[in-house]
Design a protein around this ligand. Sequence first.
Ligand code: PGA
Length: 249
Amino acid sequence: MGKMIIAGNWKMNKDLDEAVQLVEKLKKGFKNKNKVEVVICPSFTNLSSVNEIVKDSDIKLGAQNMYTEEKGAYTGEISASMLKSVGCKYVIIGHSERRQYFNESNQFLNNKVKVAIENNLTPIYCVGETLEQREAGKVEKVIKEQVSEGLKDISADDLKKIVIAYEPVWAIGTGKTATPQQANDVHVYIRKLLVSMTSEAVAEQISILYGGSVTPETSNELMGKSDIDGALVGGASLKADSFADIINY
Ligand code: PGA
């Protein structure tokens, strides 16, 4: 396994000035360059300006979403090539908020993942169960559907280019982190699914991040687990100090 990947998902936060200030601080605060690949995902309107600040640094840029089509009459949508043109290397696909509020299905997300790969963007494909599903004992069933349908018909070579984020919906923005053991158990299960879709050698190369109320207090232990290869951080990535503590772990 290569570097840990720690991505900050800013969601719908920060206007342009705030985004610029935050990223300037992060650039100064990021020390752990040999161990960690840092990715920040501001909103679309801030990508270009943030790129000007990070393009010569070790901080990588990602978007929070994209559309499947290359161009045309799709009012309000953003294509993979547009993201590339403002310096994005990563794109979050299938965040639970997209699944929940915008009805994005595994099939639709499968198209997005493929289009991202075709455009040399690294997809951070998100999966995770709701509290209801966990309490009904359906964690593995839900994760299996999200992984097998969302990553369907993708070659082993291309699967290597994907990052997966396990984000239990009940832990997102709630302050309830999955215990490191709970998280790792699901990561091990995801790895097993990936082995069955490809091979052990390929599955080993795919980074699986944990997300859901990650803070500087919880990140160390989470990232010390065998199958946790990094983190996708929401709330704690909005403050330079707390995100710097996480990325310099
Ligand atoms: P959170 O969000 O860290 O605020 O829980 C994580 C995410 O939704 O990616």
